[in-house]
Design a protein around this ligand. Structure first.
Ligand SMILES: Nc1ncnc2c1ncn2[C@@H]1O[C@H](COP(=O)(O)OP(=O)(O)OP(=O)(O)O)[C@@H](O)[C@H]1O
Ligand SMILES: [Mg+2]
Length: 155
Protein backbone atom coordinates (compact mmCIF):
# COMPACT_ATOMS: atom_id res chain seq x y z
CA UNK A 1 0.00 0.00 0.00
CA UNK A 2 3.02 2.30 -0.09
CA UNK A 3 2.00 4.20 -3.18
CA UNK A 4 2.89 7.72 -4.14
CA UNK A 5 -0.74 8.75 -4.61
CA UNK A 6 -1.78 7.81 -1.10
CA UNK A 7 -2.08 9.94 2.02
CA UNK A 8 -1.60 8.43 5.45
CA UNK A 9 -2.68 9.47 8.88
CA UNK A 10 -1.39 7.88 12.08
CA UNK A 11 -3.54 7.46 15.15
CA UNK A 12 -2.60 6.02 18.50
CA UNK A 13 -5.26 4.17 20.45
CA UNK A 14 -4.44 3.93 24.13
CA UNK A 15 -7.38 1.59 24.75
CA UNK A 16 -10.56 0.07 23.30
CA UNK A 17 -12.43 3.36 23.70
CA UNK A 18 -10.05 5.02 21.23
CA UNK A 19 -10.48 2.08 18.84
CA UNK A 20 -14.24 2.47 19.19
CA UNK A 21 -13.91 6.15 18.26
CA UNK A 22 -12.00 5.20 15.08
CA UNK A 23 -14.68 2.61 14.25
CA UNK A 24 -17.35 5.28 14.63
CA UNK A 25 -15.47 7.65 12.36
CA UNK A 26 -14.98 5.00 9.67
CA UNK A 27 -18.67 4.06 9.86
CA UNK A 28 -19.78 7.69 9.71
CA UNK A 29 -17.71 8.28 6.56
CA UNK A 30 -18.88 5.07 4.86
CA UNK A 31 -21.08 5.11 1.77
CA UNK A 32 -22.61 2.10 -0.01
CA UNK A 33 -19.93 0.55 -2.21
CA UNK A 34 -17.04 1.59 0.05
CA UNK A 35 -14.33 -0.90 1.00
CA UNK A 36 -12.11 -0.84 4.09
CA UNK A 37 -8.94 -2.94 3.88
CA UNK A 38 -7.58 -4.07 7.25
CA UNK A 39 -4.02 -5.25 7.74
CA UNK A 40 -2.03 -6.20 10.83
CA UNK A 41 -0.66 -9.29 12.56
CA UNK A 42 -2.68 -12.06 14.16
CA UNK A 43 -4.58 -10.62 17.09
CA UNK A 44 -3.79 -7.00 16.20
CA UNK A 45 -7.46 -6.03 16.38
CA UNK A 46 -8.98 -6.32 12.90
CA UNK A 47 -12.13 -8.09 14.08
CA UNK A 48 -12.40 -5.77 17.08
CA UNK A 49 -12.35 -2.68 14.84
CA UNK A 50 -14.90 -4.35 12.52
CA UNK A 51 -17.19 -4.90 15.55
CA UNK A 52 -17.06 -1.20 16.37
CA UNK A 53 -17.74 -0.25 12.75
CA UNK A 54 -20.73 -2.63 12.73
CA UNK A 55 -22.10 -1.25 15.99
CA UNK A 56 -21.76 2.30 14.69
CA UNK A 57 -23.70 1.33 11.56
CA UNK A 58 -26.48 0.20 13.90
CA UNK A 59 -25.97 -3.54 13.44
CA UNK A 60 -27.17 -5.34 16.56
CA UNK A 61 -25.91 -8.80 15.65
CA UNK A 62 -22.70 -10.08 17.22
CA UNK A 63 -19.82 -9.97 14.73
CA UNK A 64 -17.77 -13.16 14.72
CA UNK A 65 -14.60 -13.81 12.81
CA UNK A 66 -15.45 -15.17 9.35
CA UNK A 67 -12.14 -17.04 9.05
CA UNK A 68 -13.75 -20.33 7.98
CA UNK A 69 -16.65 -18.94 5.99
CA UNK A 70 -14.52 -16.12 4.43
CA UNK A 71 -17.58 -13.85 4.06
CA UNK A 72 -20.34 -12.89 6.48
CA UNK A 73 -23.14 -10.50 5.71
CA UNK A 74 -24.87 -8.37 8.35
CA UNK A 75 -28.07 -6.42 7.84
CA UNK A 76 -30.20 -4.23 10.06
CA UNK A 77 -27.86 -1.26 10.09
CA UNK A 78 -27.67 1.96 8.08
CA UNK A 79 -26.34 -0.20 5.20
CA UNK A 80 -25.34 -3.87 4.88
CA UNK A 81 -21.91 -4.86 6.14
CA UNK A 82 -19.95 -7.48 4.20
CA UNK A 83 -17.19 -8.82 6.42
CA UNK A 84 -14.41 -10.77 4.69
CA UNK A 85 -11.53 -12.59 6.36
CA UNK A 86 -9.24 -13.81 3.58
CA UNK A 87 -6.58 -15.36 5.85
CA UNK A 88 -7.33 -18.86 4.57
CA UNK A 89 -7.36 -18.06 0.87
CA UNK A 90 -4.35 -19.33 -1.02
CA UNK A 91 -4.45 -16.64 -3.69
CA UNK A 92 -6.54 -13.71 -4.85
CA UNK A 93 -7.97 -15.75 -7.79
CA UNK A 94 -10.25 -17.33 -5.19
CA UNK A 95 -11.80 -13.92 -4.61
CA UNK A 96 -13.35 -14.15 -8.08
CA UNK A 97 -14.81 -17.57 -7.22
CA UNK A 98 -16.38 -15.97 -4.13
CA UNK A 99 -17.82 -13.21 -6.30
CA UNK A 100 -16.13 -10.46 -4.32
CA UNK A 101 -17.04 -7.79 -6.86
CA UNK A 102 -20.74 -8.10 -6.08
CA UNK A 103 -19.93 -7.18 -2.49
CA UNK A 104 -17.22 -4.58 -3.11
CA UNK A 105 -19.29 -2.65 -5.64
CA UNK A 106 -22.66 -3.43 -4.03
CA UNK A 107 -25.08 -1.73 -1.69
CA UNK A 108 -23.10 -2.02 1.51
CA UNK A 109 -19.80 -1.39 3.24
CA UNK A 110 -17.17 -4.11 2.83
CA UNK A 111 -14.48 -4.71 5.44
CA UNK A 112 -11.66 -7.10 4.49
CA UNK A 113 -9.35 -8.58 7.14
CA UNK A 114 -5.89 -9.53 5.81
CA UNK A 115 -6.50 -7.41 2.70
CA UNK A 116 -2.76 -7.34 1.94
CA UNK A 117 -3.04 -11.02 0.95
CA UNK A 118 -5.39 -10.10 -1.92
CA UNK A 119 -4.04 -6.60 -2.56
CA UNK A 120 -4.28 -6.96 -6.35
CA UNK A 121 -8.09 -7.27 -6.26
CA UNK A 122 -8.66 -4.47 -3.74
CA UNK A 123 -10.35 -1.40 -5.29
CA UNK A 124 -8.14 1.57 -6.06
CA UNK A 125 -10.28 3.80 -3.87
CA UNK A 126 -10.43 1.63 -0.80
CA UNK A 127 -9.36 2.87 2.60
CA UNK A 128 -6.42 0.99 4.14
CA UNK A 129 -6.20 0.63 7.89
CA UNK A 130 -3.07 -0.98 9.31
CA UNK A 131 -3.10 -2.01 12.96
CA UNK A 132 0.09 -2.39 14.94
CA UNK A 133 0.31 -3.90 18.42
CA UNK A 134 1.98 -1.44 20.81
CA UNK A 135 1.14 -2.91 24.23
CA UNK A 136 -1.73 -4.79 25.88
CA UNK A 137 -4.39 -2.19 25.08
CA UNK A 138 -2.38 0.14 22.88
CA UNK A 139 -2.49 0.04 19.09
CA UNK A 140 -1.04 2.23 16.33
CA UNK A 141 -3.40 2.77 13.42
CA UNK A 142 -2.22 3.95 10.03
CA UNK A 143 -5.15 5.03 7.90
CA UNK A 144 -4.46 5.54 4.21
CA UNK A 145 -6.53 6.57 1.24
CA UNK A 146 -5.93 7.80 -2.26
CA UNK A 147 -5.18 11.54 -2.26
CA UNK A 148 -7.23 13.99 -4.32
CA UNK A 149 -4.08 15.40 -5.90
CA UNK A 150 -1.33 12.83 -6.47
CA UNK A 151 2.04 14.02 -5.25
CA UNK A 152 3.83 12.41 -8.19
CA UNK A 153 2.80 11.69 -11.73
CA UNK A 154 2.28 8.03 -12.53
CA UNK A 155 4.77 6.59 -14.96
N1 LIG B 1 -7.00 -0.70 21.60
C1 LIG B 1 -7.35 -1.90 21.16
N2 LIG B 1 -7.84 -2.04 19.89
C2 LIG B 1 -8.17 -3.24 19.41
N3 LIG B 1 -8.07 -4.40 20.09
C3 LIG B 1 -7.62 -4.32 21.36
C4 LIG B 1 -7.24 -3.09 21.93
N4 LIG B 1 -6.85 -3.33 23.20
C5 LIG B 1 -6.97 -4.63 23.39
N5 LIG B 1 -7.43 -5.26 22.31
C6 LIG B 1 -7.69 -6.71 22.24
O1 LIG B 1 -6.89 -7.29 21.23
C7 LIG B 1 -7.54 -8.42 20.69
C8 LIG B 1 -7.63 -8.27 19.17
O2 LIG B 1 -8.18 -9.44 18.63
P1 LIG B 1 -8.91 -9.48 17.22
O3 LIG B 1 -9.57 -10.80 17.12
O4 LIG B 1 -9.72 -8.26 17.02
O5 LIG B 1 -7.64 -9.43 16.25
P2 LIG B 1 -7.56 -9.78 14.71
O6 LIG B 1 -6.57 -8.83 14.13
O7 LIG B 1 -8.92 -9.80 14.11
O8 LIG B 1 -6.96 -11.25 14.75
P3 LIG B 1 -6.93 -12.36 13.57
O9 LIG B 1 -5.68 -12.08 12.81
O10 LIG B 1 -6.85 -13.64 14.33
O11 LIG B 1 -8.17 -12.20 12.77
C9 LIG B 1 -8.93 -8.46 21.31
O12 LIG B 1 -8.90 -9.39 22.38
C10 LIG B 1 -9.12 -7.04 21.84
O13 LIG B 1 -9.98 -6.95 22.95
MG1 LIG C 1 -9.90 -11.29 12.97
Amino acid sequence: MARSDMCFEKMIAENLKDTEALGKRLARDAKPGDVIALTGDLGAGKTTLTRYIAAALGIKENITSPTFSIIKEYRGGRMPLYHFDVYRLSDSEEMFELGHEEYFYGEGLTVVEWADLVEDVMPRDCRWVDIEYAGEDKRIYTVGHRCEAPMEQEE
